[in-house]
Design a protein around this ligand. Structure first.
Ligand code: ZN
Length: 421
């Protein structure tokens, strides 16, 4: 048996969706969804999701940083752990599915494995990560980084907007902040990490597909670029005697768009902020700062794009007799999804008469933090309108059933392979 009976798939997918709706009511904001790290709502959410895990016959626990775990134990006590999950926290005014759906689908997989008496040669461990979005303490992926032993003790001193430190919030939550290292996993015990997640972009919808197999999580670099010329009177300074920073910035913004457009591997570059100084209608702008966010599937592609942007910017500044300054504010390396897991998900799609387009993730995910300790794989579910981090975030019910079917087939294929290994 490598595919699910359709009635069973429908029933379990419907329950996963219903549970996403149930959890959306656990919110710290009126009239919208918001559940941040170490909040009362985080606690309430872990409690109810833990109950659902128990109902699926899983052993449950909360780890030292607040991640929720459920484990369906293999009959082999020395078996490795296949971890499947996503995150349970949300941004302010969130949708109901970002992260949450991946955890609910993982619980349904465990429930199905139990119900169908699958003799799994690995422990099926479901994780609900505590902080992927990083909206409370200005640091992201706290839960998944702790598993990879990347929790930075200096984070404990970071305060939220109310002045509460992470250390105090952990204590109030019932955790021992100095025990964070105990949340780290032993890589030797882990088979792989799988995550199903909404795409949060328009690609699958544009090709009319329900599901996609993720190839990589994009690397990103961010900078603030400042062009400095000379302020002057808008009436008395002739055009040929100006050092106008805003026209140079305009030229650079267009060039950045063109350079990214000319790339071949889906690279993207965005200017989302423009600060013009002094910012008066009758004064030539002496100084203009623009933001740059560039992303690519591989570090080489990203380096090439950045180097092209840099040389073009230098050229524009020189031609217009301006100086240019770069302030790099963020860098994250690209993370490749495991090729075996990509093939496994693709085969599971074929078994269920689904296409499996391959695509990269432009957004970050818990999987990228886990990648240093085990192979990772991600399955994307179509996002209608490409919308996420917004109350209008949605999924198509049928797509969720398809995702459950594919994850189930992948689980059986993996079990067959692990039994032979
Ligand atoms: Zn997410």
């Amino acid at each position: 048996m490598t595919t699910l009976n359709p009635d069973l798939a429908n029933t379990h997918a419907a329950r996963a969706l219903l549970r996403c709706k149930t959890l959306s009511a656990i919110s710290q904001m009126q009239g919208g969804i918001h559940r941040e790290y170490l909040s009362k709502e985080h606690q309430a959410c872990n409690k109810i999701v833990g109950q659902w895990m128990n109902d699926a016959d899983m052993q449950t626990w909360q780890d030292e940083v607040g991640n929720l775990w459920g484990s369906l134990r293999s009959s082999n006590p020395n078996a490795k752990r296949l971890i499947i999950g996503s995150h349970l926290d949300t941004v302010p005014n969130a949708g109901a599915y970002d992260g949450i759906l991946g955890v609910m689908l993982a619980i349904e997989l465990a429930a199905l494995a139990k119900q169908l008496n699958l003799d799994l040669p690995f422990h099926l461990d479901v994780v609900g990560f505590c902080d992927e979005e990083g909206t409370r303490f200005a640091t992201t992926l706290i839960g998944s980084k702790a598993l990879a032993n990347e929790f930075n003790p200096s984070w404990l001193a970071i305060t939220d907007t109310q002045g509460m430190s992470m250390r105090q919030a952990m204590l109030d939550f019932g955790l021992q902040p100095d025990d964070f290292a105990k949340a780290a996993l032993n890589p030797d015990e882990i088979l792989a990490y799988w995550e199903a997640h909404i795409e949060q972009g328009p690609v699958l919808e544009s090709v009319d597909q329900a599901l996609g197999v993720v190839t990589a999580i994009a690397g990103a670099k961010r900078a603030m670029i400042t062009l400095t010329g000379h302020s002057g009177h808008a009436g008395t300074t002739p055009m040929n005697l100006r050092q106008d920073s805003v026209t140079a910035a305009a030229e650079l913004v267009i060039a950045i768009e063109k350079l990214a457009n000319d790339c071949k591997n889906g690279e993207v570059a965005t200017v989302g902020q423009v600060h013009v100084r002094p910012g008066a209608t009758n004064v030539i702008a002496g100084k203009t700062t623009i933001s740059l966010d560039a992303r690519a599937q591989s570090d080489n592609d990203l380096a090439d794009l950045i180097s092209n942007i840099e040389s073009t910017a230098e050229k524009i500044a020189k031609q217009r007799n301006l100086t240019i300054q770069w302030q790099w504010t963020h860098a994250a390396e690209a993370v490749q999804c495991d090729s075996y897991i990509q093939a496994l998900f693709s085969q599971a799609c074929t078994l269920n008469q689904e296409n499996s387009p391959f695509l990269a993730s432009g957004a970050g995910h818990d999987a990228m933090a886990i990648a240093p300790i085990c192979p990772i794989g991600m399955l994307f579910i179509r996002s209608p309108g490409g919308i996420s981090h917004h109350p209008a975030e949605a999924v198509i019910d049928e797509d969720v059933t398809k995702a459950l079917n594919v994850m189930f087939s992948a689980l059986v294929l993996q079990a067959n392979k692990s039994s032979k290994d």
